[in-house]
Write a protein that binds this ligand. Structure first.
Ligand SMILES: Nc1nc2c(c(=O)[nH]1)N[C@H]1C(S)=C(S)[C@@H](COP(=O)(O)OP(=O)(O)OC[C@H]3O[C@@H](n4cnc5c(N)ncnc54)[C@H](O)[C@@H]3O)O[C@H]1N2
Ligand code: MOO
Length: 332
């Protein structure tokens, strides 16, 4: 049986779903809907309905196997939401997923596509790996028609359940203790003032981590290497080495990181600016070589990888090579 219209006295309409818009006219002041089609009538609405002359209303009777849009949206949102997300109350068939903590948004992109293949379902999200703030809406779902087949919702629920991981989740950042090694003889000898330290510190602290020390090295491979090792010996959770990442004879940072015997995940990323970034792990601790552009470009490859690492991800070569599509942030 399909849903159908039914006339009921307003007194008996509480909890039922209005089948059409109800318009109120206040002469000279307002003309517009008092309640919209799909509104679930509440006890406190009865006086308003009687005041505009409605003693009876048309309501929708849902048939077996049919859901109201609000309930359908709620079930999709519940199926998709993983940890650290809250659902808003449904409104006009729409439910938002709101981050409950600051952290890294992780999306199962394939699952989102599979869910959107189900007819008349819409699930939209921010891009995966976006750093999000507490209170930020990270995804929203809605169904298109007012009355929705429950079978389609079950299809969505099955897709989500089969993936074995949340479709949408927020992973909180873990506080890291960070050491900065600033390279460059011009900075070491005081020919120019260090501007890299403050830039990196601000980015790290924005995500709740702490810079526990900054040391300075000339363009000398051994000196840079020893300062990285000293931070790791001291027990930091991450080392960031600034500049000296290019191809000039005085660019010693990649060689210094390699000479530690670190596992080099990548020297080079398909994100621009920030192509000359290095990601390595030394005794399990992430060591990043930051190219000069991190100093002068507001958004670079570093801004992509930093939140992922702070959320506990171990970056792989595959993670890096798949970033070319959309990796052109701007020309530099
Ligand atoms: N032939 C090529 N040249 C360059 C390439 C390339 O692929 N081939 N890549 C370019 C790209 S992209 C970038 S990014 C930079 C990489 O720069 P470096 O990491 O080597 O940075 P430096 O040359 O050491 O420094 C750049 C600039 O910034 C000043 N600087 C560095 N550290 C500090 C600091 N702590 N405080 C203030 N200022 C600092 C430094 O004095 C230089 O002027 O290479 C391109 N070239
Ligand atoms: O590597 Mo530069 O790091 O693209 O601007």
């Amino acid at each position: 049986m399909k849903s159908r219209l039914k006339e009921v006295p307003v007194g008996e309409a509480v909890g039922l779903v209005l089948a059409h818009d109800l318009t109120v006219i206040d002469p000279g002041k307002y003309k517009g809907p008092l309640f919209r089609k799909g509104h679930r009538i509440r006890r406190e609405d009865i006086d308003d309905l009687l005041r505009i002359g409605k003693e009876h209303v048309y309501v929708l009777e849902l048939a077996e196997g049919e859901l109201h849009e609000d309930e359908a949206a709620q079930r999709i949102a519940r199926a998709a939401a993983g940890s650290h997300l809250a659902l808003t109350e449904p409104k006009e068939g729409k439910v938002n997923l709101v981050a409950q903590v600051q952290g890294l948004l992780r999306i199962d992109v394939e699952a989102v596509t599979a869910i959107n293949r189900v007819e008349q379902v819409a699930l939209s999200t921010l891009r995966t790996h976006t750093p999000v703030e507490k209170g930020q809406t990270v995804a929203a779902t809605r169904v298109i028609p007012l009355v929705f087949p429950e079978a389609s919702i079950r299809e969505v629920e099955d897709i989500a359940a089969r993936r074995g991981r949340p479709v949408v989740e927020v992973v909180p950042f873990r506080p890291h203790r960070v050491g900065i090694v600033t390279t460059g003889s011009e900075v070491y000898h005081g020919r120019i003032r260090d501007r890299f330290g403050p830039v990196v510190r601000e980015k790290v602290e924005k995500y709740g981590s702490k810079v526990v020390g900054q040391t300075f090295a000339t363009d000398d491979k051994e000196m840079i290497r020893d300062q990285i090792r000293a931070f790791v010996d001291q027990g930091v959770d991450m080392v960031l080495v600034t500049s000296g990442m290019s191809v000039d004879p005085d660019d010693r940072t990649p060689g210094a990181i390699a000479s530690l015997g670190a596992e080099i995940v990548t020297y080079g990323t398909p994100i621009l600016p920030g192509t000359m970034l290095m990601i390595a792990y030394y005794r399990g601790i992430p060591v990043l070589g930051l190219p000069g552009c991190v100093l002068h470009d507001p958004v670079t490859s570093f801004d992509h990888f930093l939140p992922r690492i702070l959320a506990g991800e171990k970056i792989t070569r595959e993670d890096v090579v798949t970033l070319g599509h959309g990796g052109l942030l701007h020309f530099c």
